[in-house]
Write a protein that binds this ligand. Structure first.
Ligand SMILES: [Zn+2]
Length: 68
């Protein structure tokens, strides 16, 4: 899904996160490629949802720098 739509491969150590936390909301605008550590932070720390939104804004459809 992600790979077909964004035309990128999810690198090892990365996951696709749903920016609005709705796992069935599979539109490209709602998906961002994050590292496993970033994903932990998004879901397990206060303000994590906003952090995910910030990553989406900065990163767009790209995967985390330094991993690909
Ligand atoms: Zn997630």
């Amino acid at each position: 899904m992600w790979e077909a739509e964004a035309g990128v491969t999810v690198p090892p150590g990365c996951v696709i996160h749903h920016v609005d936390w709705v796992k069935t909301h599979n539109v490209i605008e709602n998906l961002v490629c994050v590292t496993v550590a970033e994903h932990e932070r998004i879901h397990n720390t206060p303000g994590g949802k906003e952090f995910g939104e910030k990553l989406k804004k900065e990163r767009g459809l790209s995967c985390p720098p330094g991993l690909v």
